[in-house]
Design a protein around this ligand. Sequence first.
Ligand SMILES: [Zn+2]
Ligand SMILES: [Zn+2]
Length: 319
Amino acid sequence: MPTRQNPQVDASSAAPEKSVDGQLPYPDGVGHRVIWSYTIPFILFHAAIPLAFIPWFFSWSGLLLLPIAHFFFDWIGIGLCYHRTLTHRGLLLPKWLERIFVVFGLCNLMDSPARWVAIHRKHHQHADEQPDPHSPHVTLWWGHMGWLIQENQSMSNIDFYHKYAPDVLRDPFYFVIEKYKLWIFVYLAQAVILTTIGFLFGWWWTGQYSGGIQLGASWLLWGVVLRTLFSWHATFAVNSITHMWGYRNYETRDDSTNHWLVAMLTGGEGWHNNHHAYPVSAAHGHRWWELDPTYWNIQILKFFGLAKEVKVHEMDDEH
Ligand SMILES: [Zn+2]
Ligand SMILES: [Zn+2]
């Protein structure tokens, strides 16, 4: 748990600037209360990591399931849909496809689309200033995960959603997901489905019930639990690492950076300085070698007429 001084400050003295040593105060509204609904899954999922070293849980199909599911759920669901489509409107998808991709996004246990969008838009509006929900210039831990497990009252009222994500909540499907917390059930459903398929496949392959149990457990561990952890830390690294380390193509007013490792884990989201400079652009890689697989996927969708109004900024040749 992060330790810190009580951030209650007189509004008149609340300055968004960093202190002399470059550290940022906690956002207004941050209290001491722990958000257990986030903290408990974080603890349980991390506690499962040692199981990865037990041979009984290992299978090559389970291992392969991790990157495949990460591609669909994180690269498409979060990067392409939550981020580039819903948050920044860098492209337009047919409604049915957008909703399928949102369901993919829900399979990461990474919040509902409305909440994700609202938090991220606030981040862009105040990046690396005090109201930024997750600047690593508070502490690296805060920017990575701390902000998720400690209450922030400025993001827990209805006004926050109305201000930052009214367009998302106007969609009845996303509204229902929000209102009834359906994202929990979608996440559980994909876990049950993948585990069951693993079980049936293992049973059929080995001809033994125990073989089914073993492969089902393997798919649950590698394709669901470890894959979710991978997706969390890759996405959280965009908030933490790419506001701390890396290089910059643009002199933005925040401290965003480009980082190749974060970009490769997230399908291009780690070209984050480019993204802060041109948030609406559906392409995050601006130099030819800044590989941006999510943009390639957008181009494929565009080729088939499934992505329209794709907005792109590319760097001038002289850079
Ligand atoms: Zn950022
Ligand atoms: Zn963004």
